[in-house]
Design a protein around this ligand. Structure first.
Ligand code: XMP
Length: 319
């Protein structure tokens, strides 16, 4: 804790930016680089910082994996285009769904996601004639993957995979800093609040919040529930606010008849560092409003629950 406070006081975003711009410039040299951007603060900061270093020699690729929230792809592309950066949308949803087909184990899903992600990205790198891949890996990603808690999708070397086997040189300017420091850097770079203050969203997207098989139909139900939860909790103080689609079903009633429908869990957490977290005290009236909207607007869902468990023993996401 003392260490953390000391570190927080000592962190100077302007100096960090200066140092990293220079280092990134040296590492990329005269070549071309690609960064996969998701709209999350880490990849956004990394892209803006790298653009400062190498300008148009950076391509910001938004890989549309079919697992993003509603409107996210457009929002991200618009942001980069407005900054006159080279931005490219890569439609790869079919590839991701094919890779995830039939898989129910959470770690297997993460691995299938990661393999598809890197094979699509390596293709983009080849198409762009780039030799460098810039990634927004931060210190916490490295720590959790090394400890074996979850396989983060953007960690390679730490888990013994040689980036060379994907034909890429990896540049990770944020790997020594933590989320609150990344946000400080974002503010210094004048990244708008919708990105600099954006709550974390997992790399494998809505796949992390669909328990059991990840199919386009199940992701669509999850996406609609996510939208409702995010809209209804916009004013509630939390670090993350999510809907999770369960793998099991529950008996319900639709139009007077038995309906065996989906179950959605709503989870809102407060957390300082994502290493521990606790459930937010959402007023029951608010929860009932979410329940009413989900069960009305998504007829496939017949039951809505609220998650109470702290991290640990739970994790923030369900898988
Ligand atoms: P858990 O669920 O492990 O999550 O308590 C801790 C934090 O990390 C986010 N998360 C991810 N972020 N790629 C990411 O970029 C991932 O694979 C991933 N998995 C979890 C999660 O949303 C939370 O903020």
């Amino acid at each position: 804790m003392v260490e953390e406070v000391k570190r927080k006081k000592m962190f100077e975003p302007e100096k960090f930016i200066q140092k990293q711009v220079q280092e990134v410039r040296e590492r990329i040299g005269a070549g071309k680089a690609v960064i996969a951007v998701s709209g999350g603060v880490d990849s956004t900061v990394c892209a803006v910082l790298t653009h400062r270093a190498v300008g148009d020699r950076l391509v910001a690729a938004f890989i549309d994996d079919g697992l993003m929230r509603e409107g996210e792809a457009e929002q991200v592309i618009n942001f980069f285009e407005a900054r006159n950066m080279n931005a490219r949308r890569v439609d790869a949803a079919d590839e991701f769904f094919a890779a995830l087909k039939g898989i129910v184990d959470p770690e297997e899903k993460r691995k299938a996601f990661r393999n598809t992600f890197y094979s699509v990205l390596a293709r983009v790198v080849r198409e762009e004639n780039a030799d460098c891949l810039v990634q927004g890996t931060i210190a916490a990603d490295v720590a959790e993957t090394v400890k074996g808690i979850k396989t983060q999708h953007n960690i390679l070397e730490q888990i013994g995979i040689d980036p060379g086997s994907y034909g890429l040189t990896i540049v990770e300017p944020l790997r020594e800093i933590y989320k609150h420091e990344v946000r400080e850097v974002a503010r210094s770079l004048e990244v708008p609040a919708e990105f600099s203050e954006r709550p974390p969203f997992p790399g494998p997207g809505l796949a992390t919040r669909v328990l059991g098989e990840v199919t386009p139909e199940r992701v669509e139900i999850e996406r609609r529930a996510t939208k409702i939860v995010e809209e209804e909790t916009a004013d509630v103080e939390s670090c993350q606010s999510m809907a999770v689609l369960m793998n099991d079903r529950a008996t319900g009633i639709r139009e007077g008849k038995r309906a065996y429908g989906y179950i959605i869990v709503v989870r809102l957490v407060k957390s300082k560092d994502a290493i521990t977290a606790e459930a937010v005290n959402v007023p029951l009236e608010g929860l009932k409003r979410i329940d009413k909207r989900i069960t009305r607007e998504i007829p496939e869902v017949v039951h809505v629950l609220y998650s109470l468990t702290k991290k640990p023993p739970a994790t923030i996401e369900f898988q």
